[in-house]
Every structure is written in C-alpha cells, then in structure tokens.
Design a protein around this ligand. Structure first.
Ligand SMILES: Cc1cc2nc3c(=O)[nH]c(=O)nc-3n(C[C@H](O)[C@H](O)[C@H](O)COP(=O)(O)OP(=O)(O)OC[C@H]3O[C@@H](n4cnc5c(N)ncnc54)[C@H](O)[C@@H]3O)c2cc1C
Length: 464
C-alpha cells in the first residue's frame, strides 16, 4: 500500500519517501544489528583505506552506516620520530583539500611537511626543460608528507568517529562476493572469523585479493626499474622549496624538499644499478647521486640546432620557451640506513566495481612515480566515492546500488585513464636516448613550457 502511494508521487516527493522508508527499515535493522554484519567493510588500512574510512565516517549522509576497516598489519603506536622517513609522497592540491576537509591536515601541519612552490624538470641529454609554479607567491604546487605521518594524522581523526571500527592483525583470506539473488558479501579472516557487509571496498594495494576475487581483467606490466629512495643531507642550508627532476636515459631522478637541509630522493633506475646503489658505501652513493643530477651527457648537434630554431619560432610567436634555470642543491651525505628500493610497475583494472564491491587506490590502478600521481589518484577516488555513496543513501538507494557504483567507476576512469596514459607516455618517451625520440620530447617540452594554456591544463589534471 505504502509502495503504491510512493509510485504515484511526484519525482521530488518520491526520493524523500523512499529515503524515510529506507532509514526507518535500516534503523530497525541496525538496532538489532548482527555484530558481525557491517554496512561497509574496507580491506586494507594503508593511506587510502584509512582515509576512505575516515571520509565515509564523517559523511553526514551516511550517519547511520557502520563501517569496519580491516588491516593485515599490526597497530603502530606512532609518535613523530626525529629522523625523517625515507617513504614520502608528493600530494597535490586536491588531496590537500580532502585531508583538510576530514580534519587530518591540522595534525600534519602541527607535525611537519614541506610545501613545494616550484617544480623544475629537465632532460639530461638535451637542454629542454619545464617549470611549474614560477612565482614564489603562487599557490603551492604540492606538499611533501611522510607516508607514516599521513596515516597517523588520519588515524587521529578516525578515532573521533564512533561508527568506524578498525581491526588490526586482520588479514582477509577469503572473499565471497554476492551472486545472482544474494545481496551481502562474506569475508573470512586468517583466524577463521567471518563478517558480512552490504558493500566491500578493496583498498588492499597493488596485489589486491579483492580484485582477484572480482575476476576482473587487470592490465599490468613491470617497468624493470626499481625506485631507490633515501633521505639526503644537503651541502648547505637553503630555502628548499623546489622539487627537482632530471630525466636520465635510465630513468628519472628527483629531489623532493623536506627541510632547509634535507631532501627526499626518488631515483628510478635499472635493477642492476639499484642493487649496486644499495650496496656501495654511503660516500660513493652520495657521489653517484650528485653525478646523476649534474653529469654532462653528450648532446646531439641535430637536437641542439633543432631546439634553438624552435625557440626562435616560439619567440616570434611571442611564446618564449626558455626558462630561468636554477641549479639543484649538492648533496653532502645521507641519513644512515635510509636507502631502500621498491619495484615499479603499471596496472589498471578494467572494472573498478562489481556486485557489492568497489576497488579504490592502488588496488584499482598503479603508475610510475615519475609524476608523483599514484596515491593522488586514489585520494581522488575517495572524494568521488564519498559523494556517490552519500547521494545513493540520500535518494533512498542501497549502498551497493550498481547504478551509483557505476557512476563512481565512470567518473574515476575518465580522470584516471588519461592521467595514466600521459604518465606512461612520458615514461616511454624518456626511457631512451634514441635521437628522434630525444628530439620529439625536447620540442614537446619546449612547446608545453611556452604555451601557457597547455601548461595550465597539465597542472589542472595533476591537481585534482
Ligand atoms: C618509490 C615510490 C615513490 C612514490 N611516490 C609517490 C608520490 O610522490 N606521490 C604519489 O601520489 N604516489 C607516490 N607513490 C605511490 C604511492 O606510494 C601508492 O600509490 C600508495 O602507497 C598506495 O596506497 P594504497 O593505500 O592504495 O595501497 P598500500 O599502501 O599498498 O596499502 C594497502 C594496505 O592493505 C593491506 N592489506 C593487503 N592485503 C590485505 C588483506 N588481505 N587483508 C587486510 N589488509 C590487507 C596492507 O597491509 C596495506 O596496509 C610512490 C610509490 C613508490 C614505489
């Protein structure tokens, strides 16, 4: 009878009535809630899973939804260490906004981070270069934050949200996703405990078991490169506000500012070189880092001539392509024991969603760190999913309503795929010293630098 009335109401009244009915039913259900049943279960408490739990927990539209976050690792009692961690991320303005919105940024601000005012990128085998954020008084290009500090800051906030429960030492070993008539997902932990939920969110990283359980196509390959990281001591104290990246024929090397005396290294290089870099004494490592940033590579006359001619053409068009090139800092040492290496690869799940399930962050996509976009794509997923799930519940739909989940998948793939293709293209273009390719990328970099709208478009894409 009630449903009959609902069917005959106008399109404005309908969602309202449906919402009231759903809330009524759910309130009834939740007061008798089976303690092993949750509205949402998130597997993986890395940067993405933890931030997702906090964001959904703070969404007023999801006020009566119970959320369980399961993390395989143990709970860390965290206090700010004196030494900087060698694992840092460069977060973009979109991520900064999200962390601010959930109240986590204030904890980072009260601890430590570095604001990047300018990004300078150049090619070792030609003179082509590009800068972003020329003016010191413009908005920050990005922020460098330690991974552990970011998770600790979000954890500090998530503590204030009662309906989010976090369980550590909780490795999920089995997923049963709903089939045909079924409407709940069941998961089993290593210790045999089982839980059910309406919506499962897989934030379990690159080797996602959730993605495997979804049986979706996953396009992936290894780069045959390792990312060597370390905390670098600068030879002198400077106003350290520039992120530097030089493309070597073997992969890019980047210095990310931490303090006036410290920067963080991310050096993507061949596995052989990476292994050597981890083995050699620290003073030799410092020499290798300085040489990679400063060494003069033999430049081709053809490329030199072509880039000069192109520069003259751009000048005639009133688009000068030359940049005020500054020089990167010299390195005097490294924090003891801060060297490490991580495998690099590409991965993209053809689908981010399925019945009762969605993938978020590295579980759905993985890219080369050369553009510092990996985790930022995941934070973008969180912002989108938070909005979509809020809208679903507000309009009286279930959390696992496929048409809402599809909205999430479509919107994110529209953003993630072009970004991933651009990063992949840059990786391929720069991973070579073959003259025609060097020429192509040098002219491309010059043109991009000279044409403000193109540069602005790149900044906009990388900032959200
Ligand atoms: C060298 C390097 C530099 C980088 N620099 C940048 C940068 O500057 N900017 C940027 O945006 N990105 C950067 N990235 C990428 C970034 O580090 C990743 O995108 C990010 O860590 C992914 O976070 P995540 O939470 O999705 O996955 P992860 O960090 O992999 O977290 C997954 C979590 O899931 C848990 N888990 C796994 N399986 C299970 C299970 N079965 N049950 C329960 N829990 C489980 C794990 O314990 C882990 O805590 C870099 C990457 C590398 C390698």
């Amino acid at each position: 009878m009630f449903l009959l009335i609902v069917r005959n109401k106008s399109s404005i009244v309908k969602p309202l009535l449906r919402r009231t009915l759903t809330n009524f039913v759910e309130r009834g259900l939740s007061s008798n809630r089976n303690e092993n049943h949750y509205d949402i279960i998130i597997t993986g408490g890395g940067m993405i899973g933890t931030t997702l739990a906090c964001t959904l927990g703070k969404n007023a539209k999801l006020a009566n939804k119970h959320i369980l976050l399961l993390e395989a690792g143990k709970q860390k009692v965290w206090s700010l260490p004196e030494k900087y961690s060698n694992r840092v991320v460069s977060i973009n303005p979109g991520t900064y906004k999200l962390l601010n919105y959930i109240g986590a940024w204030k904890h980072i601000e009260a601890s430590r981070y570095a604001a990047v005012k300018r990004l300078q990128v150049w090619d070792a085998v030609s003179d082509a270069s590009i800068t972003f954020g020329e003016e010191e008084n413009t908005d920050n290009v990005s922020y460098i934050v330690e991974n552990d500090l970011l998770i600790a800051a979000v954890n500090e906030e998530v503590k204030t949200v009662d309906k989010v429960k976090i369980q550590y030492n909780a490795r999920v070993k089995d997923y049963h996703l709903p089939e045909y008539h079924e409407n709940v997902t069941q998961i089993t932990l290593d210790n045999g405990d089982t839980y059910t939920c309406e919506l499962l969110l897989g934030c379990d990283g690159v080797n996602s078991e959730v993605r495997k359980a979804m049986k979706v196509n996953y396009l992936n390959w290894n780069y045959h490169q390792l990312g060597v990281v370390a905390t670098l001591k600068l030879s002198e104290s400077i106003k350290n506000i520039i992120a530097w990246q030089r493309f070597l024929p073997t992969g890019p090397i980047a210095f990310l500012p931490l303090t006036d005396n410290l920067s963080s290294l991310v050096w993507s290089t061949t596995p052989e070189n990476a292994k050597e870099l981890l083995k050699i004494p620290e003073d030799q490592f410092v020499d290798a880092v300085n040489s990679a940033m400063w060494k003069n590579y033999e430049k081709s006359n053809i490329i030199d001539q072509a880039t000069r001619t192109f520069d003259s053409v751009l000048r005639l068009m009133n688009c000068p392509s030359d940049t005020v090139r500054q020089f990167p800092p010299k390195i005097a040492g490294i924090e003891e024991g801060s060297r490490a290496a991580f495998p690099l690869g590409f991965g993209h799940s053809l689908n981010y969603i399925g019945k009762g399930v969605a993938l978020v962050g590295d579980a759905a996509h993985r890219i080369h760190p050369l553009a510092g976009q990996g985790v930022n794509l995941g934070f973008g997923d969180i912002t989108c999913l938070n909005e979509v799930l809020g809208n679903a519940v507000y309009s009286g739909s279930r959390l696992n309503n496929l048409s809402y989940l599809k909205e999430y998948e479509t919107e994110r793939q529209r953003h993630n795929i072009p970004t991933m293709l651009a990063v992949e293209g840059l990786h391929r273009l720069y991973n070579s010293d073959f003259t025609p390719l060097v020429l192509l990328r040098s002219l491309g970099l010059q043109a991009t630098h000279a044409l403000s709208p193109v540069k602005r478009a790149i900044i906009n894409q990388a900032s959200t």
